[in-house]
Ligand binder design. Structure first.
Ligand code: DX5
Ligand code: ZN
Length: 219
């Protein structure tokens, strides 16, 4: 099953609750929430207080992507705010095994994300501890960027790597996913497809999400 996770980074920031309710109604599977701190990435978005307020807008899982330094300091706060999946960046976590344990201790699903330049080998030792592996197919920080083509081969290798893990972590892809390339990305083995601009910059979310799902299930 291929899941579509609209990224609210590209939604209308003045009407976030409404936008979330709209994509839920339109058939979204998860809500992807990008948290940026202005240090790990050159952009700043939202923190736990806003996520807590948005939690009331939907029953869909909140897929919280932490693009922040020192993620250990904030995991409890995001868990309490209503995150269901918490993903940290391997490049920002010094003691990744401990960080993943902290997420699970908070009762949440634990994910790890890799920047485009970070090799898959950086997570080799902690594969059995993962609920989700997030492959970035753009350099994180902004919505609407172009998919980095070499990511396809990396996604394929990641899928092979995860297939051998007994707990079967999900493979998520984030960045530059469009109606034109989603079939290839899903075909390479992605389970969860994040789509920001590809959803929120279209007039009819239901039509867009249905089209993305149809393409994703083509292969
Ligand atoms: C980028 C974020 C993405 C972003 C994706 O740093 O992590 O989730 O919102 O946006 P699109 O789908 O527009 O590339
Ligand atoms: Zn993201």
């Amino acid at each position: 099953m291929k899941l579509i996770a609209p990224s609210i980074l590209s939604a209308d920031g003045g009407r976030l609750a409404e936008e979330i309710a709209s994509v839920e109604k339109a058939g979204a599977d998860w809500i992807h929430v990008d948290v940026m701190d202005g240090h790990f990435v050159p952009n700043i978005t939202m923190g736990p207080a806003v996520i807590k307020a948005l939690r009331k807008a939907t029953r869909l899982p909140f897929d919280v992507h932490l693009m922040i330094q020192n993620p250990d300091d904030y995991i409890e706060a995001f868990a309490e705010a209503g995150a269901d999946w918490i993903t940290v960046h391997v490049e920002a976590a010094t003691h990744l095994h401990r960080t993943l344990g902290q997420i699970k201790k908070a009762g949440k699903k634990a994910g790890v994300s890799l920047n485009p330049s970070t090799p898959l080998s950086s997570v080799e030792e902690i594969l059995p501890d993962l609920d989700l592996l997030l492959i970035m197919s753009v350099n994180p920080g902004f919505g609407g960027q172009q998919f980095i083509q070499s990511s396809l081969a990396k996604i394929r290798r990641a899928a092979q790597m995860l297939a051998g893990v007994p707990t079967k972590p999900l493979l998520e892809v984030d960045g530059g996913v469009t109606l034109q390339n989603i079939a290839a990305i899903a075909g390479a083995g992605a389970d969860v497809l994040v789509a920001g601009a590809a959803v929120f910059q279209t007039p009819d979310y239901a039509q867009t999400i249905a089209a993305l799902k149809a393409e994703a299930h083509k292969t």
